[in-house]
Write a protein that binds this ligand. Structure first.
Ligand code: 13P
Length: 250
């Protein structure tokens, strides 16, 4: 059975003190839950070690990125091995903001995915089309090519550690969420794409998260879809009560 996951991507928000306060607040709310949802916090690199120490065993920690090189003279970069050494278990890779603003290509992302896996981190690999691509009917092709180029070089054993996150770029931070039908249609396509490559059993075990203006008020409808296994949350992950509302939306 695939894991239900709600992950909070804090992006470049909260200083260390504010981040710790938020993490502790979320930890307190989550510690009382008895559901089977995996909760992941993805704070900035500077906060990961402290956030990991501040939360209990019900919460996992993720980075928002990792370097495409192993180690060495890469000023400003943070390696997968360094991230793993903090106690983090996941690394978000291929977020559309990294692709758009930092020129991260499929080839770079594949290197990052491989390094994350080699260091025992589970990649949360993001895919999703821009508005223009959806409006011209290219969204399935775009998402398929991101998956094929980003993760399909992996063996099935390696791929079993990958979480996929469908984040239509036009829905991120815009308040314009994908409809429940749009999300299900794409998630089903993604699962079929995975099944064609790695087989139905692997596809059935792959968690596919939805991201883009997901909040407590729309999470229930989105998560009710058979192929939506949770969410990668931006803005709504910065408010503990709102984030809890999403975690309890299954
Ligand atoms: P919002 O939830 O703010 O739209 O952001 C989604 C996202 O990009 C999560 O990675």
């Amino acid at each position: 059975m695939r894991q239900k996951i709600v992950a909070g991507n804090w992006k470049m928000n909260k200083n260390l003190q504010e981040g710790l306060e938020l993490a502790k607040e979320i930890d307190k709310l989550v510690s009382g839950l008895t559901n089977d949802v995996k909760v992941i916090l993805a704070p900035p690199f500077t906060h990961i070690t402290e956030v990991k120490k501040a939360v209990g065993s019900k919460i996992s920690v993720s980075s928002q990125n990792c370097a495409a090189e192993v180690s060495g003279a890469y000023t400003g970069e943070v390696s997968a091995s360094m991230i793993k050494s903090t106690g983090a278990e996941y690394a978000i890779i291929g977020h559309s903001e990294r692709r758009q603003y930092y020129g991260e290509t499929d080839a770079i992302l594949l290197k990052k995915v491989k390094l994350a896996l080699a260091n025992g981190l589970k990649p949360i690999f993001c895919i999703g089309e821009v508005l223009e691509e959806r409006e011209s009917g290219k969204h399935f092709d775009v998402v398929k090519s991101q998956i094929v180029n980003g993760v399909f070089e992996l063996t099935a054993e390696e791929f079993k550690n990958v979480v996929l996150a469908y984040e239509p770029v036009w829905a991120i931070g815009t308040g314009k969420t994908a409809s429940s039908d749009q999300a299900q249609e794409m998630h089903k396509f993604i699962r079929e794409t995975v099944a064609a490559k790695y087989g139905q059993a692997v596809a059935d075990d792959t968690s596919i998260l939805y991201g883009g203006s997901c909040k407590a008020s729309n999470a229930k409808e989105l998560f009710a879809n058979p192929d939506v296994d949770g969410g990668l949350i931006g803005g709504a992950a910065l408010v503990a009560a709102e984030f809890l509302g999403i975690i309890t939306a299954f």
